[in-house]
Write a protein that binds this ligand. Structure first.
Ligand SMILES: *[C@@H]1O[C@H](CO)[C@@H](O)[C@H](O)[C@H]1NC(C)=O
Ligand SMILES: *[C@@H]1O[C@H](CO)[C@@H](O)[C@H](O)[C@H]1NC(C)=O
Ligand SMILES: *[C@@H]1O[C@H](CO)[C@@H](O)[C@H](O)[C@H]1NC(C)=O
Ligand SMILES: *[C@@H]1O[C@H](CO)[C@@H](O)[C@H](O)[C@H]1NC(C)=O
Ligand SMILES: *[C@@H]1O[C@H](CO)[C@@H](O)[C@H](O)[C@H]1NC(C)=O
Length: 237
């Protein structure tokens, strides 16, 4: 009966989304929430640290916290609607990651897919180009534990970041999004970037979407195991 199993596994590997779309998924509960989500100071410091680490590496000056933007971001995150707010600022969204640090790292990680010579907007790299956009000077973010599970709400912690002046201005990518510069040529500022060495696996940030990644990844992993169980049971019957 286990002769069926390898075929089953191949089929499952080829079609995880079929299973993912019909099954619910698990996310960290609020009582296990990372401190950089729950504590205001830590949240702000984490956002600035990760953001400015990437900016430094791409020869952009550090962003300062902007409370007007942060208030706006907080208000939008409370709606738990994983869509752009349609406001006047640059805006990146992240949902379902284990901590605030990871929510921003997945944006920075998009740099592996960015073509610095072409200098163009793409949906796969739009968070990254906003993150390191030279003409942007301030950032403000908000987050809400939405706990959406198959109910249309953003999954897990929903992070909204607003940027002013906004980046991703068509026609200005070449001068605003610079390739990584050697450490001794990076702008003055805090040293010892601690982000790039622990970049997430590319799979954690699926391409082609708004990078609501963690949610969809943990969902399909769960679905995958559930699928295996189903196939094993069918094989036995
Ligand atoms: C980020 O935090 C680390 C550890 O506190 C610090 O060494 C580093 O300078 C910070 N980086 C930036 C860009 O703020
Ligand atoms: C903060 O962001 C707002 C846009 O919401 C902008 O008008 C304001 O100038 C920014 N503050 C600073 C210090 O750049
Ligand atoms: C990230 O923010 C920028 C600026 O608002 C926006 O143009 C871009 O679409 C966002 N990235 C993605 C992938 O949504
Ligand atoms: C944040 O989450 C990531 C991914 O789960 C993990 O690798 C990392 O260690 C966490 N960082 C902190 C500061 O807890
Ligand atoms: C960093 O950017 C500044 C201005 O945007 C530019 O003058 C300088 O040459 C750049 N440094 C490197 C190492 O490319």
């Amino acid at each position: 009966m286990f002769a069926h199993l390898p075929t089953a596994l191949v089929l499952l590997l080829l079609t995880p989304s079929t299973f993912a779309s019909t099954l619910s998924f698990h996310l960290p509960r609020a009582d296990q929430a990372a401190a950089d989500y729950t504590k205001d100071d830590l949240f702000k410091n984490t956002i600035l640290n990760v953001t400015n680490t990437y900016r430094k590496q791409h020869n952009a000056t550090s962003l300062k916290w902007n409370d007007t933007l942060a208030d706006y971001a907080k208000d939008w995150s409370e709606k738990c609607n994983f869509e752009h707010s349609g406001g006047p600022n640059g805006e990146n969204l992240s949902s379902g990651y284990a901590n605030a640090s990871q929510s921003i790292i997945v944006w920075g990680h998009e740099r592996v897919d960015y073509d610095f010579k072409k200098g163009e907007f793409t949906h796969e790299t739009g968070h990254f180009s906003q993150l390191v956009w030279k003409a942007t000077k301030t950032v403000g973010c908000g987050r809400t534990e939405c706990d959406g599970q198959d109910n249309g709400r953003a999954p897990g912690w929903f992070v909204v970041c607003e940027y002013y002046p906004p980046g991703n201005v068509i026609g200005s990518f070449i001068e605003n999004v610079q390739a990584q510069v050697p450490e001794d040529e990076q702008p003055e500022g805090p040293s010892d970037p601690d982000v790039p060495e622990e970049e997430p696996d590319a799979k954690e940030c699926p391409q082609g979407g708004d990078c609501s990644g963690a949610a969809s990844m943990s969902m399909s992993r769960w679905a995958w195991s559930a699928g295996v169980v189903v196939w094993v049971v069918m094989g036995i019957l």
